[in-house]
Design a protein around this ligand. Structure first.
Ligand SMILES: Nc1ncnc2c1ncn2[C@@H]1O[C@H](COP(=O)(O)OP(=O)(O)O)[C@@H](O)[C@H]1O
Ligand SMILES: [Mg+2]
Length: 336
């Protein structure tokens, strides 16, 4: 069983007790998370908490020397972790696509956008009845990402602005009509106007194409605006999974999630009240005993330093890994 939400659509992606290691360092540890079909899910946490590693593992794309040391990722019940290279090539284009962080550098600098699109279409000849249909679909995607169809096709990356590159990268990722799009920090490197555009575009993709969206961010403002569900990571582990309402306004919250939210300028009106979270993410090779957030937590008690708190779900599927927060929970069900 994985942490999910009752009443949501069927599971599209299931992360089942996943641990991803770089040598002795566990960048992702025992993470279980279900993303339902059509959902918009945000992955948040400070830098170094394992968000990108978890995002890459959804497509079995963790860079070497990273390895999945336990658990697996499933897509519609099929193990992605065990796919062959050939199966992965098909899966990554047609089922789950990714837009990397700083997509500015993801486009091939020596090919025009049009040549890249044609290359993808010719290596997936079954995706459309004809290559012309594929090109037409790409033009529709360009409209969706607010780019003039004619203006981009013959362009090289160097001719496009950062915001345009990011939008072209989204259109290319969507070319073979994947069910889900994973985006790592989609707005981080952009100016405010382009951030706004990308948010509107992702919303459109979700609404008009029904695309399931999983995005990594440290921008909690973006989360409030876009996501339905939020998974909060701390030092490689999930510490809270819930709806935006539960995470932002709920009565039972992980102290780390609460601290992240209180550090958002737009949530705290009075600048003087913005709290930065004291201390820093621990070295993953030298973790504190018990709760890894313990040393930074204002609610920590001696018992917190004894054992890692389990992720405990309530009946709505809201999950929190904190002894103090969970004390108030009646009829707790322990998530595995
Ligand atoms: N290629 C790599 N080799 C060694 N360690 C890595 C590699 N990639 C990530 N890590 C480590 O894994 C942890 C999580 O990194 P990452 O997933 O990039 O976090 P985030 O995206 O939340 O900033 C960090 O401690 C980082 O140093
Ligand atoms: Mg990252």
């Amino acid at each position: 069983m994985t942490v999910g939400r009752e009443g949501a659509g069927p599971a599209l992606i299931e992360v089942d007790n996943l641990t991803v290691s770089f040598g002795r360092l566990r960048a992702v540890e025992e993470v279980s998370l279900t993303v339902a079909e059509g959902e918009v899910c945000a992955l948040v946490g400070e830098s170094g908490c394992g968000k990108s590693t978890l995002a890459y593992s959804l497509l079995s794309m963790v860079p070497p020397p990273g390895v999945v040391s336990s658990g697996e990722v499933r897509y519609r019940g099929r193990s992605v972790t065990r796919m062959s290279r050939k199966q992965l090539n098909e899966f990554r284009a047609a089922d789950v696509a990714i837009v990397f962080q700083a997509a500015m550098n993801a486009l091939n600098p020596v090919l025009t956008v049009g040549r890249q699109v044609e290359h993808i279409l010719s290596s997936h000849p079954d995706a459309f009845a004809t290559a012309g249909e594929g090109r037409e679909y790409f033009e529709r995607l360009l409209q969706l990402v607010r780019l003039p169809p004619g203006g981009v096709w013959g362009s090289y990356e160097s001719r496009l602005s950062g915001g345009m590159k990011q939008r072209v990268a989204i259109a290319i990722a969507m070319l073979l009509r994947p069910s889900a799009l994973v985006l790592d920090e989609p707005t981080t490197a952009l100016d405010v106007l382009n951030q706004r555009l990308v948010i509107d575009i992702l919303r459109d993709l979700h609404e008009t194409l029904g695309t399931t969206i999983i995005f990594v961010t440290h921008d909690l403002g973006l989360v409030a605006e876009m996501a339905e569900r939020v998974a909060v990571m701390y030092a490689g582990r999930l510490v809270e999974v819930g709806t935006v309402d539960e995470i932002f306004y709920g009565s039972r919250r992980h102290p780390y999630a609460k601290a992240l939210i209180e550090a958002i300028p737009s949530v705290v009106r009075d600048e003087a009240l913005i709290k930065s979270i004291p201390g820093q993410v621990p070295n993953l090779l030298d973790l504190p005993r018990g709760c890894r957030f313990g040393p930074r937590c204002e609610l920590a008690r001696p018992a917190c330093a004894e054992a890692e708190p389990p992720l405990v779900s309530d009946r709505d599927g809201h999950s929190v890994a904190c002894y103090v927060a969970n004390e108030m929970l009646e009829r707790a069900v322990v998530a595995p």
